[in-house]
Write a protein that binds this ligand. Structure first.
Ligand SMILES: [Zn+2]
Ligand SMILES: [Zn+2]
Length: 331
């Protein structure tokens, strides 16, 4: 039964505060209707059980908060221009009106209203995206407007497609760089960064391995290996936001300066506006190693991905005739 479904753990990772106080009951459904006498929008919560349209028609007495008009099958319709055979509650025409009136507000999940957990507004169901199997209305906690802002925070300027490509480049980059990466001395790393997340300042505990991550400052997707100079200590959450981003797209100017001081990295490179592929990497050596490597589950897919990266970065010219041939390039 839906009512007893376990609540999703609400991790605070949206960048927006959740509404505090008595708290918003994220599964509650609301009735929203416009008063037929004064046009005021009336909203009230009905908790977590949806109404049956026919029972609502038979029993409901919804009183307008502004003008006091009672929305009920016993009320006469207030439309001045209508003949009395339509407005008289004893008439079948008037009863059909009420039946449909209550049906509109209760007929299915989309008919209800819901309160947004971020902006606090009560909005019609279609202002929320679907969250299958979650709660009575199967809608997300935040309205689509707030969700838009949250997504921009979590994923600025990137579309799904761009993200997919970035992840693919990182995957290929990681494989190409195997053998170039240095072993990072974790104790020294914690010491350099005072045991704190460089981005958020949150204190990190070395033994809680899942709570922190080593940021590849200059990303492996641009073929920068992991070295002491290229490693920053971040909380897991900060690192999830950094992902494959170029340092100046994630760190502020003063953070970049501090970071260069701590790691000894090249500030002019870190602060570049646009990403640049590592000019010092020996691409041919990396490709040779990539092609030598043990059994890969899907060789043809890996080759295709590798070729895409080499072409996107204009690196085909940097590889040897032998490797070009292996990858199927005509001379
Ligand atoms: Zn009213
Ligand atoms: Zn909202």
């Amino acid at each position: 039964m839906v009512l007893n479904m376990p609540r999703r753990k609400t991790k605070h990772k949206t960048g927006l505060p959740r509404i505090k106080g008595i708290g918003i009951k994220v599964h509650d459904a609301w009735i929203g209707y416009v008063c037929i006498d004064c046009d005021k929008l009336n909203l009230f919560s009905i908790g977590s059980i949806l109404l049956n349209p026919e029972e609502t028609y038979l029993n409901a007495e919804w009183k307008c908060k502004k003008c006091g008009y009672l929305h009920s099958k016993i009320s006469a319709l207030p439309f001045k221009e209508w003949p009395s055979e339509y407005t008289d509650p004893d008439s079948i025409k008037c009863q059909r009106f009420w039946q449909a009136f209550f049906r509109i507000a209760t007929e299915n999940k989309e008919a209800y209203w819901k309160q947004c957990n971020a902006c606090g507004r009560i909005l019609p169901a279609n202002a929320f995206s679907r969250h299958q199997g979650w709660g009575l209305l199967e809608k997300q906690m935040e309205c689509r407007s707030c969700k838009g802002a949250i997504n921009a925070y979590l994923n600025p300027r990137r579309t799904k497609q761009q993200l997919h490509e970035a992840n693919l480049k990182r995957r290929v980059g990681d494989l190409l760089l195997e053998g170039e990466n240095e072993r990072i001395d974790i104790n020294a790393l914690f010491k350099r960064f005072n045991g704190k997340c460089f981005k958020t300042g949150v204190k990190l505990r070395k033994i809680e391995r899942k709570s922190w991550a080593i940021d590849h400052i200059l990303p492996s997707s641009c073929l920068y290996p992991l070295t002491t100079e290229n490693a920053a200590l971040l909380s897991k959450e900060a690192n999830n936001n950094k992902r494959t981003k170029w340092p100046s797209h994630f760190y502020t100017n003063s953070e970049l300066i501090r970071l260069a001081r701590i790691t000894g990295a090249d500030l002019s490179l870190l602060s570049r506006k646009d990403p640049i592929v590592n000019p010092n990497i020996n691409v041919n050596k990396c490709v040779t190693r990539y092609l030598k490597v043990r059994e890969r589950s899907n060789l043809s897919k890996h080759i295709k991905e590798l070729k895409k990266l080499l072409e996107d970065y204009g690196l085909v010219v940097s590889i040897s005739a032998k490797n070009k041939k292996l990858l199927g390039y005509k001379k």
